[in-house]
Write a protein that binds this ligand. Structure first.
Ligand code: DAH
Length: 344
């Protein structure tokens, strides 16, 4: 028996297999029900009791060795099979990468911007970390206006006469544009804004706005109304109606808020428009002469209008999304619904 064990040991160390099939044959030959090692175990039952301990150990280590060897051969046969296969068909197409889709906020922002581009507006951008002057003071906010309150604004530096802060609206880009350019000015200013708000279905501390500014000689409220009406029809459909309600903003006089007719119930009243038939989309007005003068534009010669809208809000109305938080959670089930939305 000793010789047989040694012989099998030697054979195992010499054993070579190319394919998985050959490995399986070797396994059956040594370890199968009628295999050589199994046969030695049968024989083991008949040997003298005083030799059992020694041969038991030898047999066990032989079996272990055989199993290890066969496992190793199996692993290498598998990897050679794979590489042989893939080398064999070099014409196989690769695995396609799954393409992502554009974010609905990007789609809406670009749609808004491209509508105004068609009307002849340029695009202007400004910094997200702004100073108090450009966000508030140059826009005619009285010194104690509540929007300067710590509750609304994230301040970056305090105790400075012109503290740095995260801009709370993109109206600051109006100011920067007027500082750099003389009329005629026609710009839209898309960007991210920040407010110290509790996050809910209707509010978020980070969101996006598009600001608009039009300054020239003899610009009137009628021009403003026409620009907003054309925009609303491009964005929400040709049969869209608008209505303007008087409002207040420090930087415009007169000021208005604009509603569009509900594109879901066509003005009849539904739960999206809360039964009113109207949805609020933006704030606007004629630029206050104080604002023009503060940035070096002659308010006797020029007049203009401005407007500002929330991109998430426009996107919510356009695609009937009922919770603002969806836009920030990166849930693929939500985002992939926009993979077929195309831009104008
Ligand atoms: N800045 C305003 C806001 O964030 C929106 C706005 C209203 C912008 C009226 C304007 C405007 O330019 O004329 O709520």
């Amino acid at each position: 028996m000793k010789e047989q064990i040694e012989k099998i040991m030697a054979e195992l160390s010499e054993l070579k297999c190319q394919t998985e099939k050959e490995v399986e044959e070797a396994r059956v030959r040594f370890l199968g029900k009628k295999g050589e090692i199994t046969a030695l175990f049968d024989e083991f039952r008949t040997i003298a009791p005083d030799l059992k301990r020694e041969f038991g150990q030898r047999l066990n280590s032989l079996k272990k060795e055989a199993q290890t060897r066969i496992d190793a051969l199996k692993a290498s046969a598998k990897s050679t099979t794979v590489s042989a296969d893939s080398a064999g068909d070099v014409t196989m197409p690769g695995d396609p990468y799954e393409l992502g889709s554009r974010h609905p906020v990007s789609i809406a922002r670009e749609e808004i911007v491209s509508i105004f581009r068609k009307f002849g507006y340029d695009v202007a951008e400004g910094p997200e970390i702004e100073d108090d002057y450009h966000v508030f003071e140059a826009l005619n906010f009285p010194p104690n206006h509540p929007a300067r309150d710590m509750q609304d604004t994230f301040f970056v530096s305090v105790g400075h006469p012109n503290p740095l802060l995260l801009r709370t609206h993109t109206s600051s880009v109006q100011v920067r544009t007027m500082e750099k350019m003389q009329p005629p000015i026609r710009v839209v200013c898309p960007g991210r804004v920040f407010r110290n708000e509790a996050i809910s279905a209707r509010a978020h501390c980070i969101f996006h706005q598009v600001e608009g500014l039009y300054i020239d000689e003899n610009v009137t409220f009628a021009d403003l109304k026409q620009a907003i009406l054309l925009f609303a029809r491009e964005m929400f459909g040709a049969d869209t109606q608008i209505r303007m309600r008087p409002s207040y903003f420090p930087f415009t006089e007169p000021s208005a808020e604009v509603d569009v007719s509900c594109n879901i119930c066509k003005g009849k009243g539904c739960n999206i428009c809360k039964g009113t038939g109207w949805l609020e989309i933006l704030g606007c007005g004629m630029v206050d002469p104080n604002v023009l003068e503060a940035s070096g534009i002659d308010s006797k010669k020029y007049s203009g209008f401005a407007f500002g809208m929330g991109v998430e809000r426009i996107a919510m109305l356009k695609w009937q999304v009922n919770d603002l938080r969806h836009y920030f959670e990166n849930d693929m089930r939500f985002l992939s619904e926009f993979s077929s939305a195309v831009n104008v």
